[in-house]
Write a protein that binds this ligand. Structure first.
Ligand code: HEM
Length: 292
């Protein structure tokens, strides 16, 4: 119930963010495409230049979002007594802020990137893009509903339950079960570690829709007149089982890759924050106060 509530809130945040960005682009898109020398003559300059009412506002809100996303680190470590809410929800909020903040800051720059602050900007983009990769790796590590890593025992228990459901519940034979094994790609984990393992997972994901089609064909061939509804239900369970098998097989490799990913993601974040603060202090010293 709470998760659904959180998902609705998150969905609304993404929709509001998209509507806002859409509005800015439809209003100021023409301004952003003007050569820098012609911008001061545009009536939009007053509002959409980096120090303008909108430009400056988007910079402040974007920076606030970037600072707020560090709350995830505090929640993860239960700092300042922060224990409420599932860490997985906090991470989803972190991701929203980590995507929306950079978009607002890009609009704040009015697509003009120069000076020392551009190091902060490019570090921010590096963190944002590495975040997208990190999210992919994070998803490969099996976790329970609250975001905690699952143990081998928990995984095996869940796997046995899904196998029983497929074999006894739906009466699937060896051929279909072999197809599910192929769908998982678990067999490919042997001798593949680090980046090779990560790339293997990407390839497995790209092949997934084709393997699902193959599974459907095998099901229809081995079980004549099987109702569409049953095929759908079996595919759903098969997807869960194959993902579980693959996560279990690649778990150690992905934990190691995730560890190294952290080593890259974090320093960029701190460089970005340090230069962002210098930029803010300089702006304040130059007298920029926005509407306050
Ligand atoms: C400018 C934007 C961003 C900044 C400054 C940032 C910063 C950080 C920092 C400092 C951490 C380490 C948290 C910790 O272990 O204490 C982190 C973790 C993480 N971030 Fe970001 N991030 C940004 C954007 C993103 C985006 C866009 C995504 C995904 C699309 C993302 C996904 C993740 C993931 C999956 C983790 C690891 C979570 C964990 O290990 O528990 N981040 N981020």
């Amino acid at each position: 119930m709470r998760s659904t509530f959180f998902r609705v809130i998150l969905g609304l945040l993404y929709i509001s963010g998209l509507v806002f960005v859409g509005y800015v682009f439809t209003t100021a898109g023409e301004y952003y495409t003007l050569p820098l020398s012609e911008r001061p003559r545009s009536p939009l300059h007053l509002h959409f230049k980096p120090g303008g009412l909108w430009g400056h506002g988007m910079g402040i809100i974007g920076s606030a979002m970037i600072l707020l996303l560090f709350l995830y680190s505090a929640r993860k470590r239960e700092m300042f007594g922060l224990r409420w809410g599932k860490t997985s929800n906090w991470l989803n909020f972190h991701i929203f802020l980590g995507l929306m903040g950079p978009v607002l800051i890009t609009l704040h720059t009015s697509f003009k990137f120069n000076g020392i602050v551009s190091i902060s900007y490019y570090s921010m983009l590096a963190v944002m893009f590495s975040g997208i990769i990190g999210r992919y790796i994070y998803m490969q590590i099996p976790r329970d509903a609250s975001g905690h890593t699952m143990s081998i025992q928990q995984l095996d228990k869940q796997d046995r339950m899904l196998t029983r459901m497929l074999r006894e519940g739906y009466g699937l034979g060896d051929e279909v079960m072999r197809c599910i094994g192929q769908l998982s790609g678990a067999g490919l984990s042997v001798q593949r570690t680090g980046l090779a393992a990560l790339l293997t997972l990407v390839v497995i994901d790209l092949m997934r829709p084709f393997r699902i089609q193959k599974l459907k064909r095998t099901l229809r061939r081995t079980r004549q007149n099987i109702p569409v509804r049953t095929v759908k239900a079996i595919i759903e369970v098969a997807k869960q089982k194959s993902l579980l098998m693959r996560k279990r097989a690649f778990m150690d490799s992905m934990k190691a890759v995730f560890h190294y990913w952290h080593v890259i993601h974090k320093p960029f974040a701190w460089v970005m924050i340090a230069i962002m603060f210098i930029h803010i202090i300089v702006a304040l010293l130059f007298g920029y106060r926005w509407i306050f």
